[in-house]
Each structure stands twice: as C-alpha cells, then as structure tokens.
Design a protein around this ligand. Sequence first.
Ligand SMILES: NC(=O)c1ccc[n+]([C@@H]2O[C@H](COP(=O)([O-])OP(=O)(O)OC[C@H]3O[C@@H](n4cnc5c(N)ncnc54)[C@H](OP(=O)(O)O)[C@@H]3O)[C@@H](O)[C@H]2O)c1
Length: 311
Amino acid sequence: MEKTTLGNSGIKVSKVGIGLWQASGDWKARDNDVIEAVEQAHNLGVNFVDTAEAYGNGHSESVLGKALKQVGRDNFVVATKVNGAHLRYDELQKAAAASMSRLGVKEIDLYQVHWPDPWEQIPLKYTMKAMEKLYLEGKIRAIGVSNFAVRDLEEARSCLSRADIVSNQLRYNLIQREIDDEVTPYCKKNNITIIAYSPLAQGALTGKYTAAKPPKGDVRDLNQIFAPANLSQISRLVEVLSSVAKSHKRSISQVALNWVASLPGFIPIPGVKSAAQAAENIEALDFELTKQDIEKIERAARQVKVDYLPS
Ligand SMILES: NC(=O)c1ccc[n+]([C@@H]2O[C@H](COP(=O)([O-])OP(=O)(O)OC[C@H]3O[C@@H](n4cnc5c(N)ncnc54)[C@H](OP(=O)(O)O)[C@@H]3O)[C@@H](O)[C@H]2O)c1
C-alpha cells in the first residue's frame, strides 16, 4: 500500500486508514469482529488506525489495545483523541496516560484534540501547551486536531513553539464538503493533512440504504442524512456511483472512497465493523477513476441537497 506523510511529522501512513468508533457500542458492532477488521487491515498493508477516548468511554481504545497485541503494536500508527471534558492542562495529561494504558502503548503516535472547546471556557493555550509538553516528553509523536476551523487552527498553532499541528480530522465525503470553502485551502497551504472522517457518509454512500430501508437502531437514528427525503436525493448520486462502479468492476462504496483518497492531502478513515468491510474499503484504492468518472460523480454530488432540519 502506498504511503504518505502526516503533515511535517515524518510519520508515514497508508493512503487509507481505518476508524474504530465502531467499537464503542454506538454502532452495534461486535468487539471480535472489529479486532478481525484490524488484523485484516494489517494483512492488506494498512498501518493507520483512529480511535478516541470518547468512543464508548474508552472501550474502543481497549478493543484496539487487544488487536495491537495480536498484530504487533509497531505495525500501526495509532491515532487517538482527547475529549472535550479533558482539555485543561493537567486533565489532558491524565487523559493521555489513561489512553496509553487502554491501548497498551508507551507512546501515542498521533494525539488529537477531538473538538475545540465550544464555550471557550478553557483557553486553547492551556490545551496546546499540554499537548506540546507530551510531545517534548516523547509521550506523543505528533500533535493533531479535529473539527478545527481556520480561526481555531491559527490560534492553536500560535500557542506552539516547538512543534506544529500535523493533521486536522474533519468530516468529508462526496456530499459533505463544507470544509472546502476555508479549511481545505488553509490545511493544504500549511501542510496539515486532512484526515477525512465519515468518508462513506456513515453508509449513505454505500448503496445499501434507501428511503424505504434506512439504518435503524444505532447512532445513525440521530443523523438527519438518513431522513427519507435526504436518502431520496442521495439515491440519484448512488445511481451514478453504481454505473461508475460497474465499469471498473468495483462496489459503490469503493468508488466513493477512491474519490476521497485520490485528493492530495486527504486520508480517509472509513469506519469498519468487520474484516470484510475492512478488505472492501482498503481494496478501494486498487484502481483509478478517470477524469470523466470524476466529473460525472462530482456533477451528480453537487445536485444533492441535504436538508438537516428534522422532518
Ligand atoms: N473526529 C470526529 O469528530 C469523528 C466523527 C465521526 C467519525 N470519526 C472517525 O472516522 C471514522 C469513520 O467515520 P464514520 O464511522 O462516522 O463513517 P463512515 O466511515 O462514513 O461509515 C462507517 C459505516 O459505514 C458502513 N460501512 C463501512 N464500510 C462499508 C462497506 N465496505 N460496505 C458497506 N458498508 C460499509 C458501516 O456501517 P453498517 O455496516 O452498519 O452500515 C460502518 O459503520 C470513525 O470510525 C471514527 O474513527 C471521527
């Protein structure tokens, strides 16, 4: 699998990673299936995995810890995140130690601030100074953020003197490209890798959900993208993805993922519930979309109007 570098860190990661929010309990996935997904990812040349202390209150990190014991810790660049309740200087350091213990690692490869503090009660300076301390102590190899707008990135970077932010983890897929106005250009200009979460729009771009058959009984019950009117809109894009997929003998989700992965500076981290999903998502990078394919897909995607108001 081709590798790319996370920002200016020198850390080499595969062009696609895997996300383990799925091991939190929110997605009704089984721990053993997720462990098998991590093993499969390793077998297929993926070395990048994302989790967070917020996922199942540490459960996802513990599941990853078990998987790392089986596949060998050094075979993965491990990314995790501090949650919004732990952004104070001392609390952040305790949170990092707790994450390391659950993961069974002596250092975290990429430690990310999960969300900026929405109420700005904790000055970002304290959070970033705590991150920098961990970096200088060798407890984390690189500093990342998530869901940061340009103003947050600028402020966070101005608080660091001995390190820089290497990545910003953001929602990005064919139908949710809000970051392209400001954040994407800023990240590109400043060599900050965009780690694309929800690259399959939580399954809406796989072709298996329709207005008549939305996902039910998991965290997606709260995601307006699965409202019938939105799924009807998305179905037109899914048809286009399906025709492109057929021409390459691939699946719909593979086309949707390939599109994200082929953008310079972006690394998608599809969430995986099983070894089969991991394999399908990783093999999504084994082919190339033509210029015409990309134009066709992007044209169809621009016509999708998602309404986030509850119906
Ligand atoms: N930083 C943040 O704030 C943030 C927010 C969200 C996510 N994330 C990270 O990003 C990762 C991915 O995002 P996400 O989980 O929101 O969305 P996603 O990757 O777009 O969708 C994942 C879901 O799609 C389905 N799926 C995956 N591969 C498939 C395949 N090959 N064929 C058919 N269905 C497939 C699975 O659900 P079903 O099989 O049940 O349909 C899976 O749970 C997470 O695991 C997490 O690590 C970060």
